[in-house]
Write a protein that binds this ligand. Sequence first.
Ligand SMILES: [Zn+2]
Length: 128
Amino acid sequence: MRTVLRRRLLLAAQTDAQAQLKDGIWTTRCLHCRRVLQLRADGEPLGLVTLEHVVPQSWFGLMPAQLLTSRVGDDADDPRNLALACAACNHGKGRRHDAHGPLDTRAVEVVTALLATRLSRWRAPPSP
Ligand SMILES: [Zn+2]
């Protein structure tokens, strides 16, 4: 797996208040369905763990999405915008919502709720 992706998966776990590191394994729950997800301590996924961009990457730079993107520093890869999701949920979300732009009221509602969930699980990253 690519190093940059592993690093982002690890950052998503480190900044997730529900994630716990024990015996070299991070354990947390899917942002959507709360299924248990695990990563190795180096960020390598165990099972079908995927990196979720809570506010879709394609929404960054679009005026109608600015209220949402500004909450994560207008950076799609800001750790506040990264979460762990199981593959089924992440790909399902991609089909259902990301394809609709930020002018779609329902898509904005879903992303707003997901971002609130992500930020409620936020904890500061470890100092480098
Ligand atoms: Zn899930």
